[in-house]
Design a binder for this molecule. Structure first.
Ligand code: S3P
Length: 169
């Protein structure tokens, strides 16, 4: 798999709670290439948390910053890059991702996603009256776009080791 990657990046896309970061870290270890999490990189360069960025500048500014960070991250391949859930949905960022390597959609059921995001209260987009409903709405709106990724890995098994093996396969 490492040889097949060449200097291209492997980019994980999908909704919040799909396991992009934890699976990505494992895949990178097994491939022997660096791992980067675009949300963490955004927080590092802005010296703000994602929540603070949304509150201070709004989603649109966040998307512009995300596009710039992604473009830069993808230049240093080969890497495994996990993206924020909205990255692939943004046309500009999606173009960078498509150009920068192999994109893989980690697809999971609503209940699996909800179970994961519900444990950590760090997603500004889910600070609504009914966050599970919001997540479902995002899922319905975004699935046709995620489907444009090069490959889809279905999380039938929620263990990250199993998911990582599927991605490598
Ligand atoms: C977002 C997902 C988050 C983060 C931001 C917006 C989204 O990343 O980028 O809160 O639009 O789905 P995770 O998918 O890592 O939670």
């Amino acid at each position: 798999a490492r040889a097949a990657l060449g200097s291209r990046n492997l980019i994980l896309v999908g909704l919040m709670g799909a396991g992009k970061s934890s699976v990505g870290r494992l895949v990178a270890q097994q491939l022997g290439v660096p791992f980067v999490d675009s949300d963490i990189e955004i927080e590092r360069v802005s010296r703000m948390t994602i929540t603070e960025l949304f509150a201070a500048y709004g989603e649109e500014e966040f998307r512009a910053l995300e596009a710039r960070v992604m473009k830069r991250l993808l230049k240093g391949g080969p890497r495994v890059v996990s993206t924020g859930g909205g990255a692939f949905i943004n046309a500009r960022t999606r173009k960078h991702i498509k150009k920068g390597g192999l994109s893989i959609w980690l697809k999971a059921d609503l209940d699996v996603l909800w179970d994961r995001v519900n444990k950590r209260d760090t997603r500004p987009l889910l600070k609504t009256e009914n966050p599970k409903q919001t997540l479902e709405n995002l899922m319905n709106a975004r699935y046709p776009v995620y489907a444009e990724a090069d490959l889809t890995v279905l999380s039938r098994d929620v263990r990250k080791e199993v998911m990582a093996d599927e991605v490598l396969r």
